[in-house]
Design a protein around this ligand. Sequence first.
Ligand code: GLC
Length: 550
Amino acid sequence: MGDRWYSEAVVYCLDIDTYADSDGDGVGDIRGLIGRLDYLARLGVTCLWLHPIHPSPNRDDGYDATDFYNVDPRFGTLGDFAELLHQAQNRGIRVIIDLVVNHTSDEHPWFQSARSSPDSPYRDWYVWSDTEPDDRHQGMVFPGEQNETWSYDRTAKAWYYHRFYKFQPDLNFANPEVRAEIKKVMSFWLQLGVSGFRMDAVPFIIELTEPGNPNSPKDFEFLTEMRQHVQWRRGDAVLLAEANVEPDQLPTFFGDAGGSGNRIHMLFDFMLNGRLMLALARQDPEPVIEALRDTPALPAGGQWATFLRNHDEIDLSRLTAEQRNQVYAEFGPDEDMRIYDRGIRRRLAPMLGNDRRRIELAYALQFSLRGTPVLRYGEEIGMGEDLSLPGREAIRTPMQWSYKPNAGFSTADPDKLVRPVIDKGEFSYEKVNVTAQRRDPKSLLAWFERMIRTLREAPEIGSGATTHIDVPMPAGVLAHRADGPTGTMVFLHNLGAEDVEVDLSVLAPEADLPTDVLADRGYGEVGKLDNLKLAGYGYRWIRLCRGEAV
Ligand code: GLC
């Protein structure tokens, strides 16, 4: 393994409240999660990303905190959290937590004090305007559910800024006290033992909001400052940022002080995510080839985090209208499946018609592309969504552990559950659950375990250089390679339904006993690479040669 653990990590994200309930109150908790660490270790996860863990009125699923120095009492205590870190570490699993500091809940004591009086010591911790700002109805993140970014507060007798929902007032990062406090929050959790943070809404954190200016300046230096701070407190801590911005802006978030990244270590690759969905919808790899070609070069140490699904909608806003409509037509044909005029609120398995071949293909492709793969809980067993739930809750249903009532998630009465389990149709917990798949060596879960183990043996994917192999290919097929000090891996993924044959003999001079290390079926010998069979929706991961072990 290379020096930087995050380059070769497998990240798994989950919400504590929907994962495993240990005390039968209907809400998942930390002790429940501790009980499932062996499952995660077996799956091959090396880093957990926990969605917000702080006390919260939960009007945005915890992305509205009332205390950054504690855990939500529904999840347990700080003691339980420290125990989780210890138990995870024992199994070689790191933990990173969501750091949601662009805003607080409006119930946070800081905001309560700030609104109470212009003389409050916290007044200037938020962003105010005495008059109604001209850009009041601009820059909303949740169109359809939010119609302004400035709201009038009667108690404060002033307008306050909120990039997200009205109950999420933005903190004022122009204020040095706020910056110092947020660094203190980070120190606190690092001291407890987290390995870093998934930083929420980073482009908005660094915004120095000016009333009436929808394009307020951004202070990237704060990212440099945070990185410095974090790295001094814990050398191997990592920052993984959500920054869904235009590609030409991305390098600035990584920073580049003389060739080495000095800000964020890892960014989610939203660009690739949209292109992957388009490629799967069209059954044509061209959008992925474009994504590989257009990705901005990263400074040393910079890394992408790849994903197919996360806890939010699939954001298609960076595709053209025509491309977006193609993805909608395939994966979100009903209005009800769409959200915010830009996305789809579904999980992957149902979008792919629960076709096992296509699910494997999609995940084999994601995990073989450059970067660190992030997997959302439940995807490893092919869970579905519940479109009868509002908004993004459709994809936030409890983990389906077994055939037991409530999918084995909780022993509470069903009406006490934090969210209903999926109990109807082909994605019902009676059909899709961990217990059933654990027993079946051919299950999707068993496949994920095997695929992730294979990834462990191919560090080139995370740490090496990935390029498209630009030779004539049958329609639908993507050929790419990953090169690093440990050798070269070659990948074939057939996004189309037709069986094909691929000629990669151009690579023969580099090959040294090439073999399939992962494939959708037994294809036999790789031979001279001139006649590689590939089934419709099939894939082959081929080790071309080994380099020097490092
Ligand atoms: C991020 C989160 C999303 C949340 C929003 C506001 O985009 O991913 O779930 O609603 O920030 O905090």
